[in-house]
Design a protein around this ligand. Structure first.
Ligand code: FE2
Length: 240
């Protein structure tokens, strides 16, 4: 089967992702050529910065979906969100009201890059007990888990799915982010890898990230991180 992208900003005009429909079309076409047959659009849900309404998100999704059908694209476009761990998320998750992936128990969440939420490991466990699957976006960015705190990644990977950014593997987001993304893949702690594309330019770095996984870890790792495990995550399962 093709690849599944669990993290992208391909819906126009909602956040810091693509600006217009023609850019959405160009980017989804590039992702299809890279081997993706399923792309999850994950617009930001972040108080004070990017908080598009449900109505706006649904309208943008319908617009892109209609344009894909008009172009006879076979790409499957799913809808999720990139929830920021803020007061809105803390209000939503106990009521299971945070936006999840289409029809799924899994949802994407990001945290502050410098300061991890207090007792995040415990909260992730509480979320799991509700039958939900927290999926942590770009874990390689969070300095609270770097270097001597690396064991925190191991603890988190037992309760939430870890989805690294492909571009980070190619150094697109900085050196320590690259080092930790690579280490998460090499040590088997990354469950999946995603593009996190915001623009056409981001697709190049994502392609380089796929090439790095293939060269360093082989074809089986590419299939596991981009096909098999993302499909499990969309089924609400935490991959081994
Ligand atoms: Fe993102």
């Amino acid at each position: 089967m093709g690849f599944v992208d669990l993290h992208s900003h391909v819906l126009p005009g909602l956040d810091d992702g693509v600006k217009a429909l023609d850019e959405s079309m160009e980017l989804t076409s590039i992702l299809a050529k890279m081997g993706f047959d399923t792309v999850c659009a994950t617009p930001h849900q972040k108080v004070g910065q990017f908080l598009p309404t449900r109505t706006a998100i649904d309208a943008a999704y319908a617009q892109v979906q209609a344009a894909l059908i008009a172009r006879q694209s076979t790409l499957q476009l799913l809808l999720g969100a990139e929830n920021f761990w803020d007061e809105l998320f803390l209000e939503r998750w106990p009521k299971s009201e945070q936006p999840t992936y289409t029809g799924a128990k899994a949802f994407l969440v990001e945290i502050n890059v410098q300061v991890a939420p207090p007792r995040i490991e415990d909260t992730m466990f509480q979320i799991r007990l509700k039958g939900l699957l927290p999926t942590l976006a770009h874990p390689e960015r969070y300095s609270s888990f770097w270097d001597r705190n690396f064991a925190r990644y191991e603890a988190l990977s037992r309760t939430c799915a870890m989805v690294i950014d492909l571009g980070a593997l190619d150094g697109a987001h900085g050196k320590p982010q690259c080092t930790h993304a690579r280490r998460l893949v090499e040590e088997g702690l990354a469950h999946a890898a995603a593009t996190d594309v915001h623009s056409v330019a981001d697709a190049r770095a994502a392609g380089a990230g796929i090439a790095w996984i293939r060269k360093r870890c082989g074809d089986a790792a590419v299939q596991r991180l981009l096909d098999e495990n993302p499909r499990r995550i969309l089924n609400g399962e935490l991959p081994d």
